[in-house]
Ligand binder design. Structure first.
Ligand code: DGY
Length: 334
């Protein structure tokens, strides 16, 4: 890689607000290694314009869920690496980064267990109505609410990547039937984690709980539309700990308010934060959490460790693990 600055003269932008939260050494190690660190000044994912406003002076970028498009990168003349803190790449315009010779990395597997655990929490919350009874009990009531057992139920996983497989492993003791739909996974790999692979429509017609675990791509954007929801069993539940844009939120609102679906647990929204006036938040059948699937001590450490190592490796002129745009090296641009 040409024109590398000495590490002590480099500036690194860090935007995930949980970076170093469970282990301060991630911050001190970075601060000792480079000349300057800029932490997220807004306390939330940055817009493209906010990213653009910071990148002109930055050599390395440990990136949360910011919008990193071509406009954000337009003035990033010093930037050598975008180290995504997490696995999703839907908010990074990879072609624009590659064209500028910027190496992009991510942290596969680092948060799979944490997202799977949150998903189990949300499945149990929906099944037992925990969100409602907690609020009622705190309000002085003593509700006698009958919930559903997860045991014996059919859970359909849309996507059987790292999170889907971690979830299947952790669900092994629940006595559920696990189905998955994933065009990229061979049946033997699914069977190894106790999951039966089915086409999506067959899964939707059988599952009492449907949980989304696929990446956001042009093919999956708006996957949960009217047709998808109509193919689900009446009275079924939906869980989304993946990406908000997988769901047509107006169609979901209609399915929930008509009673066609019994409930939904949403850890992510098309716009984040969704704002108090978001129509889905007004429905008592909706459980909402603030895109927190990765927010555990273990996952924030692993994502931070992997992103820090990747960022420093590139700034030192080394090739990091988990490069998602390897053509940046093949074409000799990095
Ligand atoms: C991911 O892995 O992309 C999560 O959303 C956290 O960033």
């Amino acid at each position: 890689m040409d024109n590398l600055r000495p590490l002590q003269q480099c500036c690194v932008l860090v935007t995930p607000t949980s970076y170093g939260a469970s282990d301060q050494t991630l911050r001190s190690e970075l601060e000792a290694a480079v000349g300057r660190v800029i932490y997220n000044p807004h306390g939330r994912p940055l817009t493209s314009a906010e990213v653009a406003g910071l990148l002109a002076q930055v050599d390395g970028y440990i990136a949360g869920l910011d919008r990193i498009d071509a406009a954000a990168l337009a003035g990033a003349d010093r930037l050598k690496v975008i180290a995504r803190y997490g696995v999703g790449l839907d908010r990074v315009e990879l072609a624009a980064a590659t064209a500028r010779g910027i190496v992009v990395t991510n942290t596969p597997g680092a948060n799979a267990g944490a997202v799977a655990e949150l998903t189990i929490g949300l499945l149990l919350t929906l099944a037992r109505g925990l969100h409602r009874v907690c609020a009622d009990t705190r309000g002085g009531l003593w509700p006698r609410r009958q919930g559903l057992a997860l045991e014996g139920k059919t859970i359909g996983l849309v996507g059987l990547g790292a999170v889907g497989r971690a979830l299947a492993g952790k669900m092994a003791g629940f006595g559920c039937r696990l189905l998955a739909s994933d065009p990229y996974v061979p049946p033997a790999q699914a069977a190894a984690v106790g999951v039966e692979l089915l086409p999506l429509t067959a899964l939707l017609s059988q599952a009492e709980f449907v949980s989304l675990h696929c990446p956001l791509t042009p093919q999956t954007s708006g996957l949960v539309n009217q047709e998808f929801l109509a193919a689900m069993r009446p009275g079924a539940y939906l869980v989304n700990t993946a990406r908000g844009e997988l769901i047509d939120e107006a169609a979901l609102h209609q399915a929930l308010s008509s009673g066609r679906l019994a409930g939904a647990a949403l850890d992510c929204f098309t716009e984040e934060p969704p704002g108090a006036q978001h129509p889905l938040l007004a429905l008592p059948s909706v459980v909402a959490t603030p895109h927190m699937g990765s927010h555990t001590d273990q996952a924030t450490y692993l994502m931070g460790r992997m992103a820090l190592d990747a960022c420093l490796a590139v700034l030192r002129g080394q090739r990091p693990e988990h490069v998602v745009n390897p053509e940046v090296y093949e074409e000799g641009r990095a």
